[in-house]
Ligand binder design. Structure first.
Ligand code: GCO
Ligand code: MN
Ligand code: MN
Length: 388
């Protein structure tokens, strides 16, 4: 036990598919046995996690009979109860089975869209039975390799139609579910529709009940596209749309690496944790990543513990940054503001427009003034590196 040992109060969660990842990739077979949901619940509880999340088929095989389903779910619920673990989020696997090879909600085939809706309604029933209050939509197969085959305008309409249908289902059932849409630019499709968190935020406003729907941004997905994840999350947060988050790590421009949180770009990790903590993000700190293919089962638990410890270490660094007098002094200078002037800009009025028009700005002097960001960034770097 040390200050970075996770506890349930930290709200750390892992997908069953994360610790359960057997290390298969497009070029190689599994390298370790899949850790079962029940075993995972037990081990993660011992490590201090709060809960686990799941796709329907992480727990119940796609071809299970009703009796098999009930037995598996009962056994899993018992494990959750025994170890005081929760399932805050559930989702549907709409990508693994061959029926989804050309998409689920955006498939050209009505039967596929119907099956996707049917499967998602059953996954919602399961999620709610397990106590989930967030339902994630990651449309891994909603995309194309050739734009000759699918009409992307039509695909957008089908996506909206399916999400609206499911909003209707949730209301009709009286389920306490909110939706969180997860963007990804590509992989496994050549291109995936709604490739960034920003695209998802725009789609949400066109849905039947926008208030019910937010986003689930993932570090790896925005980073693959070369975007600044922190900025995307900040925009979602400001819009009240950050319902969930997938934490991991990723090098820019590669395949979806889903590395241990903090494994790459620790500075970006620091600013992300700072954002979540400073703005008191109340959702789960969910890790959507998996252990390196070099690992056996012991490495999987090293990976899980590492994700959580790094988050907590960065939390401590954030507290240091926020309490450092030299940093707070510099920030106070940099962000001094001007209440009178800012009042004039807060809203349009004829009087404010006249006041701004009459303002004498010393353009040359303001343009010439240094902003001291070099100094500040170095101080931030020294906090992260542990010498402040
Ligand atoms: C990925 C995705 C998935 C989804 C998960 C939940 O790595 O490509 O992030 O892991 O998050 O399937 O729907
Ligand atoms: Mn994800
Ligand atoms: Mn990913």
């Amino acid at each position: 036990m040390d200050a970075y040992t996770p506890t349930p109060a930290d709200r750390f969660t892992f997908g069953l598919w994360t610790f359960g990842n057997p290390g298969r990739d497009p070029f190689g077979e599994p390298v370790r046995a899949r850790i079962s949901p029940v075993e995972g619940v037990k081990r993660l509880a011992a490590l201090g996690a709060y809960g686990v999340n799941l796709h329907d088929n992480d727990l119940v095989p796609i071809d299970a009979t009703a009796a098999e389903r009930d037995r598996i779910v009962a056994e899993f619920k018992q494990a959750l109860a025994d170890h005081n673990m929760r399932v805050p989020m559930a989702t549907t696997n709409l990508f693994g089975d061959p029926i989804f090879k050309d998409g689920a909600f955006t498939s050209n085939e009505p039967q596929v869209r119907a099956y996707a809706l049917q499967k998602t309604m059953r996954a919602m029933d399961l999620g709610v039975e397990l106590g989930a209050t967030t339902f994630v939509f990651w449309g891994g197969r909603e995309g194309a390799e050739t734009d000759a085959a699918k009409d992307a305008v039509q695909a957008t309409k089908w996506m909206r139609e399916c999400l609206n249908f499911l909003i209707g289902y949730v209301k009709d059932q009286g389920y306490p579910l909110k939706f969180a849409l997860e963007a990804k630019p590509n992989e496994p499709r050549g291109d995936i529709y709604f490739p960034t968190t920003g695209h998802m935020l725009a789609l949400i406003e066109t849905l039947a009940d926008p208030a019910m729907v937010g986003v689930n941004p993932e570090v790896a997905h925005e980073t693959m596209a070369g975007l600044n994840f922190y900025h995307g999350v900040a925009q979602a947060l400001e819009a009240g749309k950050l319902f969930h988050i997938d934490l991991n790590a990723q090098k820019v421009g590669r395949y979806d690496q889903d590395f241990r949180f903090g494994q790459e770009d620790i500075k970006a990790g620091f600013f992300l944790v700072k954002l979540l903590e400073d703005y008191r993000y109340e959702g789960m700190r969910h890790f959507d990543a998996h252990a390196l293919r070099t690992e056996d089962e012991e490495g999987v638990w090293d990976f899980c513990l590492g994700c959580m410890r790094t988050y907590k270490i960065l939390q401590e660094k954030v507290a240091r940054f926020n309490a450092d007098p030299e940093i707070t002094g510099l920030l106070a200078e940099i962000r001094a503001g001007n209440p009178e002037l800012e009042g004039r800009m807060a809203a349009y009025s004829r009087a404010n427009a006249d006041a701004l028009s009459a303002l004498a700005v010393d353009r040359v002097a303001v343009g010439a003034r240094g902003r001291r960001y070099e100094k500040l960034d170095q101080l931030a770097t020294e906090v992260i590196l542990g010498i402040r």
